[in-house]
Design a protein around this ligand. Structure first.
Ligand SMILES: [Cu+2]
Length: 480
């Protein structure tokens, strides 16, 4: 992360000072006292000894001593006051992934706030809107991969889609060997020995390159490996809603519930025309709400499909019908032919007939590359914080076209806004609203458009934590 130079710091300090003064006027105090609906949440970030159920305990970094962090569930329009206490050995922040909060509440260290120092406290305050499934997580260093994340659910004022049961499924990747965490595994820190970029990066950052993804040895749903997981229980006839979210640091899943196609109803919290699939492909930072009718009694695996083959997945959890006593799992109903979710089959309910009133007046191309000859990942050939800013004015209709020149997928995430996906892969004419979009590898493309309606300096980056920390990020500056 970029360190503030003295001038930046003074500017920052004066901005926060000004905010503080505004916040403490009697009128504002009165207003906040009368805020109709306010919810207080206390989060303490600390070190906790955890066992994900695989018998390899390690020290994780947690919110309130639990993995995942506590579920935050509020009603649309409610005001949230989140008191974050930092009991970690290093600075931290919390980011409200997907939620278009005011810039100063966005939780990106040195971009939207001064990080919270060890022993310090910070109060995040924002309105929970619009409804949807979101993630909150640390945006500092590699803390997300140490366990600092949880789900944030904003329930609509009026639920349009009734259901009998709801479960949240947080999909997580873990290294639990060698003490666990980002440094675990033999891959560890690689030295930027090769390539101009690597050398320059090393000169800029001092010794020690960015970390490479650890070798993950545990995949969990809600903090438990398959062997130690509690089944998700349903009753025959139930209409079940699953809120699936992927706070993993570098794993894209193809999630399958054996015996059960599911109907996608929301992508990144935004409603889509219901579409039924056999498996849900979900990248880091993405969320899908799905529904299914429990009409196939049994004990079923919840698993990740690997290599496009339903018979070679890794197990994650269990769907269990009430009254089933047999310990045997039913064989899945699909073997080779199946339908995986894809952006091109999704259509946003609010976007399908939408004709933009303003046409695009600012267009940018972002080439994504890296992973070759260098431990750095780049946007237009440059490593954050030296990457080019995207500078625009409030009200601009902005188009960003991504072009992936690397051999890995990059889930690109823009803070503070939803964007409209208008193209994916080689498909154009897509119309869904999201905040995170996987750009496929090997010359993969993607195009998004958004109206710059939330002023401030926003972070824009790949949601593979290791790519982000290795430079694949830039700033979207929206001037009012
Ligand atoms: Cu990436």
């Amino acid at each position: 992360m970029k360190l503030l130079n003295r001038r930046d710091f003074l500017r920052f300090a004066s901005i926060s000072g000004a905010l503080l003064l505004t916040e403490l006027t009697p009128l504002n105090l009165l207003q906040s006292a009368y805020a109709q609906k306010s919810k207080e949440i206390n989060l303490t970030a600390n070190l906790t000894n955890v066992d994900l159920g695989n018998g390899k305990p390690f020290i994780a970094w947690t919110y309130n001593g639990q993995i995942p962090g506590p579920e935050i569930r509020v009603k649309e329009g409610e005001r949230l006051h989140v008191f974050l206490k930092n009991k970690l050995p290093e600075e931290t922040t919390v980011h409200w992934h997907g939620l278009p909060v005011p810039n100063v509440m966005d939780g990106v260290p040195y971009v939207t706030q001064k990080p919270i120092q060890p022993g310090g406290t910070f109060v995040y305050e924002f309105e929970a809107s619009p409804p949807g499934t979101y993630i909150y997580h640390s945006h500092a260093h590699y803390q997300l991969d140490r366990g600092l994340y949880g789900v944030l659910i904003v329930e609509p004022k009026r639920e349009e889609r009734g259901y009998d049961r709801e479960y949240v499924l947080l999909l997580e990747d873990w290294a639990t060997v060698d003490g666990g965490g980002p440094e675990a595994s033999k891959r560890g820190r690689i030295q930027p020995l090769m390539g101009m970029m690597g050398m320059m990066g090393m000169m800029r950052r001092g010794a020690g390159g960015p970390l490479q993804e650890p070798l993950y040895d545990a995949y969990t749903i809600n903090g438990r490996v398959f062997e130690a997981s509690l089944p998700f229980k349903v009753k025959k006839g139930d209409k079940v809603r699953l809120r699936i979210a992927n706070p993993s640091s570098s794993t894209i899943y193809t999630l399958r519930i054996a015996g059960h196609p599911v109907t996608i109803t929301h992508a990144d919290g935004r409603p889509v025309l219901p579409v039924t699939v056999d498996a849900v492909r979900i990248g880091m930072g993405e969320r899908y709400d799905v529904e299914f009718i429990a009409n196939n009694p049994g004990r079923w695996h919840i698993y990740n499909i690997r290599d496009n083959s339903p018979t070679s997945g890794w197990l994650l959890g269990t769907l269990l019908y009430n009254g089933i006593t047999s310990k045997n799992y039913n064989a899945d109903t699909i073997t080779t032919v199946y339908k995986i979710s894809d952006y091109s089959i999704l259509e946003g309910i609010d976007e399908r007939f939408f004709k933009p009133v303003t046409s695009v007046n600012k267009a940018f191309r972002v080439n994504l590359s890296g992973g070759m000859m260098s431990p750095y990942w780049t946007m237009n050939g440059r490593v954050y914080p030296d990457s080019d800013d995207i500078s625009i004015k409030q009200g601009d209709r902005v188009r960003i076209e991504y072009f992936n020149m690397s051999m890995m997928a990059h889930p690109m995430h823009l803070h503070g806004h939803f964007f409209e996906v208008v193209g994916t892969g080689r498909v154009t004419g897509v119309r869904i609203k999201k905040d995170t979009l996987i750009i496929p590898p090997h010359m993969g493309r993607g195009a998004v458009e958004f109206i710059a309606d939330n002023p401030g300096v926003w972070f824009h980056h790949c949601h593979n934590l290791y790519h982000m920390e290795a430079g694949m990020a830039n700033l979207v500056k929206i001037f009012s």
